[in-house]
Write a new protein. Sequence first.
Length: 339
Amino acid sequence: MNIVKKVSLKNFRCHEEFDLDCNRPTTLIIGENGSGKTSVLEAIYLALRGKSFKGVDKEILKREADFYRAEIELMDAQKIIIRFDGRKKEFEIDGKKSLRLPKKNRYPVVLFEPDDIYLVGSSPSRRRDYFDELFKQINENYGAALSKYNKALRQRNDLLKNEIVSRDDLFSWNVMCANYGAEVIRRRVHNLKKINEKMTDIYRNIAKNGDECSIKYIGAEVDENDYLKNLENNFERDCVLGYTTFGIHRDDYEFIFNKKKADGSASRGENRSMILSLKFIEAQILEQEVGKKPVVLLDDIFSELDEMRQRHLIDNFKNYQMIITSTAVPSEMRVDKKL
Ligand SMILES: Nc1ncnc2c1ncn2[C@@H]1O[C@H](COP(=O)(O)OP(=O)(O)O)[C@@H](O)[C@H]1O
Ligand SMILES: [Mg+2]
């Protein structure tokens, strides 16, 4: 069940030297604010996903240092070494070097950060980013389609900023936006359906009542042809505004609680239980779709949850490797590292 065995860091954010053993199913890291807890999870995430969840390499590199190094040893004895020399980053796995973490070496991760608690009522762009990250983990093709879409969208928007632009100028970009945009919609709707199949059951397991919840896609669920028509119909408006008004970059996700928009109708506790449910579903779906058990990283969220929800969290993830950070020791847990 455990995947990560050991973490060794050099010049990684505030850590000049840092070592951690993760031999037990749950690893608890305790430390004051600013002591470097999130940075440890960032390093683990980097080794499992190939990319940080919060910053770029120049920010990670310890101030005044000229390199950072992160070595993550896995249970299967494999070592992932990440080096950054101030300009270039490289991954090394079993002696093989590469600029990116190879796909076969990636592991799914369920990351739970304090900000996630406010997902229901946060901005559409925050929610889009959240689900994009999840869907990229579920299927590599999602990330590929999304990044091709974003490139085409940027080109289209650049043209729209010009004084004069014709329908012909935009055509090839329209075709690309429609092609990749429709694929992204298809995958978003498909993944949401999977999430929604489980959502109410898992929520009721936490709340122990008859409430129901789901997540609704807010956007046009169109195929490629209709996507293209929408772009073409909006030509004049887009020219006046200087940007693309139709498309997946403006879509959103709405949490629904007892058939009403949760934001504004569900209570604080109900919102938290919905997010908890979503996290449990993420772990299940990632395991099903990727075929590898995700590592669960819980970053300083205990202070945000009451005891009942803390217990649910630990209980529901008991079959996964958990690496937890906190400022205070949650009840009945043993500390593995004190910062
Ligand atoms: N590149 C860096 N070099 C040195 N210190 C850094 C760097 N990046 C962040 N820090 C500092 O590291 C400290 C720890 O950050 P963090 O891991 O977020 O701590 P925690 O999660 O325990 O609150 C912060 O005080 C931050 O200012
Ligand atoms: Mg932190």
